[in-house]
Design a protein around this ligand. Structure first.
Ligand code: AMP
Length: 369
């Protein structure tokens, strides 16, 4: 064993970090509130709340480095561990990612384009802000929203009061509604020495606010689009003196990209990198936080990732499809829950489509027991 990695959070992202890290000589300890959390299969699982500093210190005992796999980890927990081992990514990345106003302000200050936005603390603020932002617009809670939760679309003035109640009358951000061509994301890794490498930008499709399908690289990706996407993440990683993997979700609009959200961790839209890239996001995250040389982020060819939402598809049927790679998180089936994913690889785009179609059909057909 060459390194002990403590991970705050023990879900599937932690599990895939473990799967990538064991061959590198790492052992793992995870802190997660759920006994039986997925990552327990690849390391020691400390069961405790993520704001329980005593439990977090137990997970971080003898750690070479501390990292996290969920952006909701309280920054105070991360900071409490800094005296024992380096915390990567730094806790300030949590501060930025946990508050949509801080997040969008940071992006704007760094020259990264976003939708127009205004901070909202009251119904009166909202009434004034719709004058500035106009309709349609999107009201989102400043903190705690994910997968489209805590959001309301405002189409005309009659929606204002209902939207404010719907999000729970809490501090919010009002954003202009972006009529995007498609959604993209860019994932990058920054090493301890400051080197940054980016994977090809990918195209994401959501269903009911949950990522359903990622195509990698994004169809039609050229150098100009890759450069635009990288320009939305490189300054952020420099500014935060970031170490590890980070994702920025983007809207592709004409000749521009707008940054929507920062995830300071390995990301669902990067799962394709396990089979589809020279080095996976999980391996490069570990290489970065351990101060090891970074691996190449080039793709091996076209690939796609389908999330298994609610229940797993028929395993035999998936495995009969050439180029299909199954990842079962061993989670109980539940509506809307990410329980696994399938990555499909192929030598060229036409074959990828032929393989992907039955994978999507099988995932759509997966039923709750
Ligand atoms: P978020 O929680 O910010 O990632 O938003 C979830 C989803 O809502 C995004 O993936 C988009 O599909 C949609 N969305 C969020 N913000 C906007 C916006 N300003 N304009 C249009 N669609 C949006």
């Amino acid at each position: 064993m060459q390194a002990r990695v403590a991970v705050l959070g023990g879900g599937q992202l932690g599990w895939m970090l473990g799967l990538a890290g064991i061959p590198l000589g790492c052992e793992f300890a995870f802190l997660d509130p759920v006994a039986g959390a997925t990552a327990g299969a690849v390391g020691e699982l400390i069961v405790g709340a993520l704001d329980d500093v005593v439990a977090a210190r137990r997970a971080a005992e003898n750690a070479t480095v501390v990292t996290y796999e969920w952006e909701g980890v309280p920054a105070a927990t991360a900071r409490a561990l800094e005296s024992g081992a380096p915390v990567c990514p730094p806790a300030n990345a949590l501060d930025v990612a946990q508050d949509r106003i801080v997040e969008k302000t940071k992006l704007r200050d760094l020259g990264v384009a976003t939708a127009p936005f205004v901070a909202i603390d009251s119904l009166d603020d909202l009434r004034a802000a719709v004058e500035e932002i106009g309709f349609p617009s999107v009201l989102k809670t400043r903190r705690g929203g994910y997968d489209g939760k805590g959001q309301a679309v405002l189409r005309d003035p009659a929606d204002v009061d209902a939207a404010w109640s719907k999000v729970g009358a809490v501090p919010c951000i009002l954003e202009g509604f972006v009529t995007f061509d498609r959604e993209l994301s860019i994932i990058a890794v920054r090493g301890r020495d400051g080197e940054i490498r980016c994977w090809p930008a990918v195209e994401n499709h959501h269903l009911d606010g949950i990522l359903r399908l990622t195509r990698a690289p994004a169809p039609g990706l050229d150098d100009a689009l890759q450069d635009r996407a990288e320009a939305a993440i490189r300054p952020l990683l420099e500014d935060l003196v970031y170490v590890g993997v980070c994702c920025v979700e983007l809207f592709d609009v004409g000749d521009a990209v707008l940054a929507n959200e920062i995830a300071p961790r390995v990301h669902n839209s990067g799962h394709w990198t396990i089979e589809g890239a020279e080095t996976s996001q999980f391996e490069n995250h570990l290489r970065a936080i351990l101060g090891l040389p970074l691996g190449a982020t080039t793709s091996r060819g076209p690939s796609a990732m389908v999330n298994c939402i609610g229940a797993m598809p028929d395993r035999d049927a998936i495995l009969r499809i050439p180029g299909a790679h199954l990842h079962d998180y061993s989670k109980a089936a539940r509506p809307g829950r990410k329980v696994g994913h399938v990555t499909v690889t192929a030598p060229e785009p036409e074959t990828l489509e032929a393989r992907l179609t039955p994978v999507i059909a099988l995932c759509d057909r997966a039923v709750l027991p």
